[in-house]
Design a protein around this ligand. Structure first.
Ligand code: SF4
Length: 336
């Protein structure tokens, strides 16, 4: 049996898949295109539910993986099947022999500048969910002057035919409500508004968070899509929307506007797809032949998926899927 497994991606799914494989007795090599592990989570502050430290979660995984090779700044260039699995060439020119491959390439955050009407990259007071997490994480937020009004725009780059993303990103309603509550904890007297199309608080406890946001923190939820954001002479953000529950147009001046950028396919999926000959769907996420019964299986024997490589996932789902991918690899490599 070839006991080497190659994992693409050192985000939470790749790290967890590698750890589960290591615990099952496999030698794992992780390839990571950037210079550090942790993916998007290394830049995040707290995770819901449980207010878990995002970087703490990643640090624990990395420390449990002690002795596992993580090759940074490394991508795949070629791969071919061998009698014993795969021979994969990487960007350094080295060839890696493995019995199976786990693709945990994760996702990219939608580039909010594409939605020009919201003014990201143009107006100083328009930021993204990721920017806000960075402010929480660095504690820089505590040095800011209290904003009188803060707005959150849901579904930025998701559920939007205009940017060719029909899918729901799944996590951003929950993230917006979590961040709105955190803003109110820091500045209890700020008015906070969430502009949503419909709220998708689907997980256990998520509805309670939504309830708490209203009853404890007084967050205002306005059903309606923001049509545009502009800047007034004082540098504040003027938002136009329609409250679709009352059918009334709205114009609100905000001190801070947070755009909930959604999850889109990793920009590297095309290369990975070409190298391994596995297809992606129209949305650019990897195609799962059997998403209900075997969500970690690709249509190529010996190649498995973990995490958001196949579509938006929560952290918990990514971790569970990574464990499932490790078991699928174990079953595949044990069958001979
Ligand atoms: S989770 Fe909410 S904010 Fe995110 S895309 Fe879905 S509906 Fe929009």
């Amino acid at each position: 049996m070839n006991k080497n497994v190659l994992v693409l991606g050192a985000g939470v799914a790749g790290l967890q898949a590698a750890l589960s494989l290591k615990e099952l007795g496999y030698r794992v090599t992780i390839l990571e295109k950037s210079s550090s592990a942790g993916g998007h989570l290394k830049d995040w502050d707290k995770l819901y539910p449980g207010n878990i430290s995002s970087s703490g979660l990643i640090d624990n995984l990395i420390s449990a993986l002690d002795g596992t090779d993580i090759l940074y700044n490394t991508t795949v260039t070629r791969s071919e099947k061998s009698d014993n699995g795969f021979i994969t060439e990487i960007s350094s020119g080295e060839k890696i022999d493995s019995g199976a491959i786990v693709i945990a390439s994760g996702f990219s955050l939608f580039d909010a500048r594409i939605k020009e009407e919201y003014g990201y990259g143009i107006y100083r007071r328009v930021i993204t969910n990721a920017d806000l997490e960075a402010l929480f994480r660095s504690k820089e937020i505590h040095k800011m002057e209290m904003p009188a009004k803060v707005g959150f725009v849901h579904c930025v780059g998701s559920r939007d035919e205009k940017v060719c993303n029909r899918h729901c990103s799944k996590i951003c309603c929950m993230t917006a409500v979590k961040q709105a509550c955190e803003i109110k904890e820091i500045w209890p007297h700020a008015d906070v508004y969430c502009f949503y199309m419909d709220l998708r608080m689907f997980g256990r406890g998520y509805e309670d968070l939504y309830y708490e946001a209203q009853s404890k923190f007084g967050v205002n939820f306005i059903r309606g899509r923001v049509s545009e954001a502009g800047e007034d002479k004082d540098g504040k953000v003027v938002v136009k929307a329609e409250d679709t529950l009352t059918s009334r147009p709205l114009k609100i001046t905000l001190d801070l506007l947070v755009l909930m950028s959604g999850m889109v396919r990793n920009t590297d999926n095309k290369t990975i797809s070409d190298v391994f000959g596995i297809p992606t769907g129209e949305d650019g996420f990897f195609f799962q032949p059997s998403p209900l019964i075997n969500p970690t299986s690709s249509d190529s024997s010996g190649i498995y998926f973990a995490g958001s490589a196949t579509g938006p996932k929560t952290v918990a789902e990514s971790i569970n899927e990574a464990r499932a991918a490790a078991l699928a690899v174990h079953k595949f490599l044990s069958k001979d």
